[in-house]
Design a protein around this ligand. Structure first.
Ligand code: MN9
Length: 300
Protein backbone atom coordinates (compact mmCIF):
# COMPACT_ATOMS: atom_id res chain seq x y z
CA UNK A 1 0.00 0.00 0.00
CA UNK A 2 1.32 3.42 -0.97
CA UNK A 3 0.86 5.55 2.14
CA UNK A 4 1.94 8.84 0.53
CA UNK A 5 -1.57 10.01 -0.27
CA UNK A 6 -1.53 13.65 0.81
CA UNK A 7 0.92 16.22 -0.51
CA UNK A 8 1.01 19.97 -1.11
CA UNK A 9 -0.42 22.72 1.06
CA UNK A 10 -3.57 22.27 3.14
CA UNK A 11 -4.98 25.10 5.26
CA UNK A 12 -6.16 23.99 8.70
CA UNK A 13 -9.46 25.66 7.94
CA UNK A 14 -10.86 28.09 10.51
CA UNK A 15 -14.40 27.34 11.67
CA UNK A 16 -16.67 30.35 11.12
CA UNK A 17 -19.08 30.37 14.07
CA UNK A 18 -21.61 32.64 15.75
CA UNK A 19 -21.69 33.41 19.47
CA UNK A 20 -23.99 30.44 20.10
CA UNK A 21 -21.64 28.08 18.26
CA UNK A 22 -23.80 27.77 15.15
CA UNK A 23 -21.96 27.68 11.82
CA UNK A 24 -21.71 30.79 9.66
CA UNK A 25 -22.53 28.87 6.54
CA UNK A 26 -22.26 31.66 3.97
CA UNK A 27 -18.81 32.74 5.21
CA UNK A 28 -17.66 29.12 5.33
CA UNK A 29 -18.78 28.43 1.78
CA UNK A 30 -17.16 31.57 0.40
CA UNK A 31 -13.88 30.87 2.20
CA UNK A 32 -13.74 27.26 0.98
CA UNK A 33 -14.60 28.27 -2.59
CA UNK A 34 -11.98 31.01 -2.76
CA UNK A 35 -9.19 29.12 -1.00
CA UNK A 36 -9.75 26.18 -3.33
CA UNK A 37 -8.67 28.38 -6.23
CA UNK A 38 -5.26 29.25 -4.79
CA UNK A 39 -3.38 26.06 -5.65
CA UNK A 40 -3.87 24.29 -2.32
CA UNK A 41 -4.51 20.56 -2.34
CA UNK A 42 -7.13 20.28 0.38
CA UNK A 43 -8.26 21.19 3.88
CA UNK A 44 -7.67 19.91 7.41
CA UNK A 45 -10.96 20.33 9.29
CA UNK A 46 -11.83 20.68 12.97
CA UNK A 47 -8.25 20.42 14.21
CA UNK A 48 -6.65 22.91 16.59
CA UNK A 49 -7.09 25.85 14.22
CA UNK A 50 -10.56 24.55 13.35
CA UNK A 51 -11.40 24.46 17.09
CA UNK A 52 -12.95 20.98 16.77
CA UNK A 53 -12.30 20.05 20.38
CA UNK A 54 -14.18 23.18 21.48
CA UNK A 55 -17.24 22.37 19.34
CA UNK A 56 -20.24 20.12 19.84
CA UNK A 57 -20.10 16.93 17.70
CA UNK A 58 -23.27 17.99 15.82
CA UNK A 59 -21.64 21.29 14.84
CA UNK A 60 -18.51 19.48 13.72
CA UNK A 61 -20.60 17.19 11.53
CA UNK A 62 -22.52 20.08 10.08
CA UNK A 63 -19.30 21.95 9.29
CA UNK A 64 -17.64 19.06 7.46
CA UNK A 65 -20.83 18.40 5.48
CA UNK A 66 -20.87 21.99 4.26
CA UNK A 67 -17.19 21.84 3.32
CA UNK A 68 -17.72 18.55 1.49
CA UNK A 69 -20.59 20.10 -0.42
CA UNK A 70 -18.69 23.27 -1.34
CA UNK A 71 -15.17 22.00 -2.04
CA UNK A 72 -14.42 21.10 -5.65
CA UNK A 73 -13.77 17.41 -6.37
CA UNK A 74 -10.12 16.50 -6.00
CA UNK A 75 -9.58 18.60 -2.87
CA UNK A 76 -8.39 16.29 -0.09
CA UNK A 77 -10.59 16.66 2.96
CA UNK A 78 -9.10 15.46 6.21
CA UNK A 79 -11.32 15.51 9.28
CA UNK A 80 -9.90 15.73 12.78
CA UNK A 81 -12.27 13.37 14.57
CA UNK A 82 -10.51 13.34 17.93
CA UNK A 83 -12.57 13.68 21.10
CA UNK A 84 -12.07 13.05 24.77
CA UNK A 85 -14.57 10.19 24.65
CA UNK A 86 -14.06 7.32 22.25
CA UNK A 87 -17.74 7.06 21.34
CA UNK A 88 -17.77 10.61 19.92
CA UNK A 89 -14.46 10.06 18.12
CA UNK A 90 -15.88 6.91 16.50
CA UNK A 91 -19.14 8.61 15.63
CA UNK A 92 -17.25 11.38 13.84
CA UNK A 93 -15.03 8.83 12.09
CA UNK A 94 -18.09 6.87 10.89
CA UNK A 95 -19.70 10.07 9.68
CA UNK A 96 -16.53 10.99 7.75
CA UNK A 97 -16.81 7.73 5.83
CA UNK A 98 -20.54 8.15 5.24
CA UNK A 99 -20.23 11.59 3.67
CA UNK A 100 -17.18 10.72 1.57
CA UNK A 101 -14.31 12.59 3.24
CA UNK A 102 -10.82 11.50 2.24
CA UNK A 103 -9.12 10.92 5.57
CA UNK A 104 -9.48 11.11 9.33
CA UNK A 105 -6.98 12.31 11.88
CA UNK A 106 -6.68 12.72 15.61
CA UNK A 107 -4.46 13.80 18.43
CA UNK A 108 -3.74 10.86 20.72
CA UNK A 109 -6.30 10.36 23.50
CA UNK A 110 -5.90 13.14 26.05
CA UNK A 111 -6.55 14.36 29.61
CA UNK A 112 -5.86 10.99 31.29
CA UNK A 113 -2.38 9.58 30.86
CA UNK A 114 -2.92 6.68 28.52
CA UNK A 115 -0.38 3.91 28.02
CA UNK A 116 0.69 2.65 24.62
CA UNK A 117 -2.08 0.06 24.51
CA UNK A 118 -4.66 2.79 25.20
CA UNK A 119 -3.25 4.93 22.40
CA UNK A 120 -3.29 2.04 19.91
CA UNK A 121 -6.80 0.97 20.99
CA UNK A 122 -8.05 4.52 20.47
CA UNK A 123 -6.75 4.76 16.90
CA UNK A 124 -7.82 1.20 16.05
CA UNK A 125 -11.40 1.87 17.16
CA UNK A 126 -11.56 5.05 15.09
CA UNK A 127 -10.06 3.26 12.07
CA UNK A 128 -12.68 0.52 12.36
CA UNK A 129 -15.51 3.02 12.70
CA UNK A 130 -14.34 4.74 9.52
CA UNK A 131 -13.99 1.37 7.76
CA UNK A 132 -10.33 1.98 7.05
CA UNK A 133 -10.31 5.56 5.76
CA UNK A 134 -6.75 6.89 5.52
CA UNK A 135 -5.72 7.85 9.06
CA UNK A 136 -3.19 10.48 10.14
CA UNK A 137 -1.96 10.66 13.70
CA UNK A 138 -1.71 14.27 14.87
CA UNK A 139 1.47 14.59 16.88
CA UNK A 140 1.11 17.93 18.63
CA UNK A 141 2.53 19.54 21.74
CA UNK A 142 -1.08 20.35 22.64
CA UNK A 143 -1.75 16.73 23.50
CA UNK A 144 -0.42 14.47 26.19
CA UNK A 145 0.44 10.94 25.14
CA UNK A 146 4.02 10.46 23.94
CA UNK A 147 4.44 8.91 20.48
CA UNK A 148 7.84 7.26 20.17
CA UNK A 149 8.86 5.86 16.77
CA UNK A 150 8.23 2.36 18.14
CA UNK A 151 4.55 3.20 18.81
CA UNK A 152 4.09 4.64 15.33
CA UNK A 153 5.65 1.47 13.87
CA UNK A 154 2.96 -0.56 15.61
CA UNK A 155 0.34 1.60 13.90
CA UNK A 156 1.35 0.18 10.52
CA UNK A 157 -0.94 -2.72 11.50
CA UNK A 158 -3.98 -0.44 11.85
CA UNK A 159 -6.12 -0.52 8.68
CA UNK A 160 -5.88 2.82 6.88
CA UNK A 161 -2.98 4.26 8.90
CA UNK A 162 -0.93 6.38 6.49
CA UNK A 163 1.15 8.74 8.61
CA UNK A 164 1.29 11.85 10.75
CA UNK A 165 0.62 15.51 10.95
CA UNK A 166 3.77 16.48 12.75
CA UNK A 167 3.52 19.76 14.66
CA UNK A 168 6.93 20.09 16.24
CA UNK A 169 9.98 22.01 15.04
CA UNK A 170 12.30 19.11 15.99
CA UNK A 171 13.17 18.02 12.46
CA UNK A 172 15.68 15.41 13.49
CA UNK A 173 12.84 13.62 15.22
CA UNK A 174 10.62 14.10 12.17
CA UNK A 175 13.25 12.56 9.94
CA UNK A 176 13.31 9.46 12.21
CA UNK A 177 9.54 9.05 11.74
CA UNK A 178 10.00 9.49 8.00
CA UNK A 179 12.33 6.45 7.97
CA UNK A 180 9.53 4.14 9.06
CA UNK A 181 8.76 1.46 6.46
CA UNK A 182 11.52 2.78 4.20
CA UNK A 183 9.89 6.20 3.88
CA UNK A 184 6.45 4.84 2.98
CA UNK A 185 4.80 7.03 5.60
CA UNK A 186 2.95 10.25 4.88
CA UNK A 187 4.36 13.11 6.95
CA UNK A 188 2.70 16.54 6.90
CA UNK A 189 4.53 19.47 8.42
CA UNK A 190 2.68 21.29 11.24
CA UNK A 191 4.64 24.41 12.28
CA UNK A 192 4.09 27.08 9.62
CA UNK A 193 7.08 29.05 10.97
CA UNK A 194 9.41 26.31 9.73
CA UNK A 195 7.44 24.86 6.82
CA UNK A 196 10.39 25.12 4.42
CA UNK A 197 12.63 23.20 6.82
CA UNK A 198 10.02 20.48 7.24
CA UNK A 199 9.67 20.09 3.48
CA UNK A 200 13.45 20.10 2.95
CA UNK A 201 13.82 17.48 5.71
CA UNK A 202 11.36 15.12 4.07
CA UNK A 203 7.76 16.14 4.83
CA UNK A 204 5.43 15.36 1.91
CA UNK A 205 3.19 18.36 2.47
CA UNK A 206 2.11 20.93 5.01
CA UNK A 207 -0.99 21.65 7.07
CA UNK A 208 -1.30 24.95 8.91
CA UNK A 209 -3.40 27.77 10.25
CA UNK A 210 -1.67 30.64 8.49
CA UNK A 211 -2.33 29.05 5.07
CA UNK A 212 -5.88 30.38 5.50
CA UNK A 213 -4.48 33.86 4.89
CA UNK A 214 -1.25 33.21 2.93
CA UNK A 215 -2.20 30.27 0.69
CA UNK A 216 -0.45 31.44 -2.46
CA UNK A 217 2.85 32.18 -0.73
CA UNK A 218 2.95 28.68 0.77
CA UNK A 219 1.94 27.02 -2.51
CA UNK A 220 4.97 28.73 -4.11
CA UNK A 221 7.14 27.76 -1.14
CA UNK A 222 6.07 24.11 -1.46
CA UNK A 223 6.95 24.03 -5.17
CA UNK A 224 10.32 25.68 -4.52
CA UNK A 225 11.22 23.25 -1.72
CA UNK A 226 10.21 20.18 -3.70
CA UNK A 227 11.90 21.35 -6.92
CA UNK A 228 15.22 21.84 -5.13
CA UNK A 229 15.12 25.64 -5.00
CA UNK A 230 15.92 25.77 -1.30
CA UNK A 231 17.04 29.40 -1.35
CA UNK A 232 13.72 30.49 -2.85
CA UNK A 233 11.78 28.40 -0.30
CA UNK A 234 13.71 29.98 2.56
CA UNK A 235 13.22 33.48 1.18
CA UNK A 236 9.45 32.94 1.11
CA UNK A 237 9.56 31.43 4.58
CA UNK A 238 11.28 34.51 5.98
CA UNK A 239 8.58 36.71 4.45
CA UNK A 240 5.78 34.62 5.96
CA UNK A 241 7.55 34.55 9.32
CA UNK A 242 7.34 38.33 9.62
CA UNK A 243 3.56 37.92 9.59
CA UNK A 244 3.55 34.84 11.83
CA UNK A 245 5.70 36.62 14.41
CA UNK A 246 3.05 39.34 14.71
CA UNK A 247 0.36 36.68 15.20
CA UNK A 248 2.33 34.84 17.86
CA UNK A 249 2.44 38.02 19.94
CA UNK A 250 -1.33 37.68 20.35
CA UNK A 251 -3.04 34.44 19.39
CA UNK A 252 -2.89 32.67 16.06
CA UNK A 253 -6.54 31.63 15.68
CA UNK A 254 -7.88 35.07 16.64
CA UNK A 255 -5.40 36.82 14.36
CA UNK A 256 -6.21 34.57 11.40
CA UNK A 257 -9.92 35.15 11.95
CA UNK A 258 -9.39 38.89 12.25
CA UNK A 259 -7.39 39.05 9.00
CA UNK A 260 -10.04 36.97 7.22
CA UNK A 261 -12.71 39.37 8.47
CA UNK A 262 -10.71 42.29 7.07
CA UNK A 263 -10.46 40.45 3.74
CA UNK A 264 -14.24 40.16 3.54
CA UNK A 265 -14.81 36.72 5.07
CA UNK A 266 -17.19 37.16 7.95
CA UNK A 267 -15.86 34.27 10.04
CA UNK A 268 -16.55 35.75 13.48
CA UNK A 269 -14.61 35.16 16.69
CA UNK A 270 -13.21 31.94 18.14
CA UNK A 271 -15.59 29.72 20.15
CA UNK A 272 -15.83 30.67 23.82
CA UNK A 273 -13.78 30.36 25.95
CA UNK A 274 -10.89 30.47 23.47
CA UNK A 275 -8.77 33.58 23.53
CA UNK A 276 -10.23 36.65 21.85
CA UNK A 277 -8.51 39.93 21.12
CA UNK A 278 -9.73 43.16 22.65
CA UNK A 279 -10.42 46.06 20.25
CA UNK A 280 -7.11 47.61 21.29
CA UNK A 281 -5.23 44.42 20.56
CA UNK A 282 -6.95 44.12 17.20
CA UNK A 283 -5.84 47.61 16.24
CA UNK A 284 -2.30 47.01 17.48
CA UNK A 285 -2.10 43.76 15.53
CA UNK A 286 -3.42 45.39 12.36
CA UNK A 287 -0.88 48.20 12.75
CA UNK A 288 1.98 45.73 13.17
CA UNK A 289 0.96 43.96 9.95
CA UNK A 290 0.67 47.24 8.04
CA UNK A 291 4.12 48.29 9.28
CA UNK A 292 5.67 45.20 7.68
CA UNK A 293 4.90 46.57 4.24
CA UNK A 294 4.98 43.16 2.59
CA UNK A 295 2.73 43.37 -0.47
CA UNK A 296 1.42 40.10 -1.90
CA UNK A 297 2.19 38.14 1.24
CA UNK A 298 -1.30 38.11 2.72
CA UNK A 299 -4.35 37.43 0.60
CA UNK A 300 -6.49 34.71 -0.90
O1 MN9 B 1 -0.39 22.53 13.11
C1 MN9 B 1 -0.88 24.70 13.78
N1 MN9 B 1 -0.55 24.31 15.11
C2 MN9 B 1 -1.40 24.50 16.11
C3 MN9 B 1 -0.95 23.52 12.92
O2 MN9 B 1 -2.47 25.04 15.97
C4 MN9 B 1 -0.95 24.01 17.43
C5 MN9 B 1 0.16 25.63 13.18
O3 MN9 B 1 -0.30 26.01 11.93
C6 MN9 B 1 0.42 26.84 14.05
O4 MN9 B 1 -0.77 27.50 14.34
C7 MN9 B 1 1.35 27.84 13.38
C8 MN9 B 1 1.64 29.06 14.23
O5 MN9 B 1 2.37 28.71 15.38
O6 MN9 B 1 2.54 27.21 13.05
Amino acid sequence: MNRIQITGVLPALVSPVNEDGSIREAALRKLVRDLARTGISGFYLCGATGEGIAMAPERRMELVEIVKDEAPGGMKLINHTGAADLATACRLARHSRQIGLDAISSVPPFFFSYDEKGVLDYYRAMAEASEGLPLLVYASPLSGAPLPVSTIEKMLEIPGFIGMKYTNPDYFKMSRYKKIDGGNINILNGPDETCALGLLMGADGAIGSTYNVMPRLFVKLFAAAKEGRADEALRLQMRADEVIECMLRYDVISCVKLLLGDMGYDVGEPNAPLRRLSEREKDAFRASIRALDLPETLGI
